[in-house]
Ligand binder design. Structure first.
Ligand code: URA
Length: 270
């Protein structure tokens, strides 16, 4: 049996980390008032017009935290029993990716971009490919689209650090052009391995490229895919929605993305 003092010490460290994270995200309490659970409104999801480097000095969620309503927090799941082995395997794949030369993008990249998030909330978000900020920092969704994604995740009541975020491509296409079929074909084995190891309950596919790949419907338009549950390899739920970069260009689509986040949340908690 565990020493109760050790257990208590571990609990208080975990609680402290959670409090600090809530504080960093601009929340004043870990508890959610019952009244806010009934009628969620779309969150403004405002994004600063500053360049990403300047804007990222602020916690990304603070604008929506103060102005919009959020859905109640979803608790982080207990660790999967074989978590250490999974984390180790992911690290091995990340190392392999870092030296990958399977397609021409290896010549123009600054570095590869593998993933962020612990995966403890068993949701994955999958985007298209790193952009300039991601190529520079080596992490997915850290530019303006990433700030908006963080606001969406926060507003939907998920813990953003525990959600696993990755891309179809691990290297930036020059000038952020669309992925070429041969680049997607060379890279998706890595994503498939990530999905296998993270073992999410549901994957949110951001944009057409991720949606078509994960649903196995390479010709379906976004209008047909988004807002509906599909299945990856007949077992993992996939919910396609618009890419945050598309929301920056078309802010009127935020309403449907907000609707999609409620589907994501409902299916995750079901
Ligand atoms: N867009 C993506 O699809 N992925 C990123 O990591 C950043 C922007």
């Amino acid at each position: 049996m565990k020493d109760p003092r050790t257990e208590l010490a571990a609990l208080s460290v975990a609680f402290r980390e959670r409090l600090e994270r809530a504080h960093d995200q601009g929340r004043t309490s870990l508890l959610v008032p019952v009244a806010s659970q009934s009628t969620p409104e779309p969150v403004p999801m405002a994004v600063s017009a500053q360049p990403a480097s300047a804007a990222s000095a602020q916690p990304a969620a603070s604008a929506s935290a103060s102005r919009g309503k959020k859905l109640p927090l979803v608790s982080i799941e207990p660790e999967l029993p074989d978590r250490a082995a999974r984390v180790q395997s992911l690290a091995t794949i990340a190392k392999e990716v870092s030296t990958c030369r399977k397609c021409g993008l290896c010549d123009s990249r600054t570095q590869t971009v593998f993933a962020r998030g612990t995966g403890r909330t068993r949701i994955m978000f999958v985007g298209e490919a790193p952009g300039a900020d991601e190529d520079r920092q080596g992490l997915p969704f850290v530019g303006r689209a990433g700030q908006l994604l963080d606001q969406i995740i926060d507003a939907a009541g998920f813990d953003r650090e525990s959600i696993y975020v990755a891309n179809i491509l691990k290297c930036r296409p020059p000038q952020n052009r669309d992925p070429k079929p041969e680049e997607t074909a060379a890279c998706t084995g890595f994503l498939e391995a990530q999905i296998e190891l993270v073992n999410p309950k549901i994957i949110c596919a951001l944009g057409r490229h991720a949606a078509q790949f994960l649903t196995g419907k390479p010709d379906a338009p976004m209008g047909q895919l988004r807002g509906r549950i599909h299945y990856y390899r007949e077992k993992i739920m996939v919910l396609p929605t618009y890419h945050p970069a598309a929301l920056l260009r078309n802010p009127e689509w935020k309403r449907v993305v907000w609707d999609d986040m409620q589907i994501l949340r409902r299916e995750y908690l079901r």
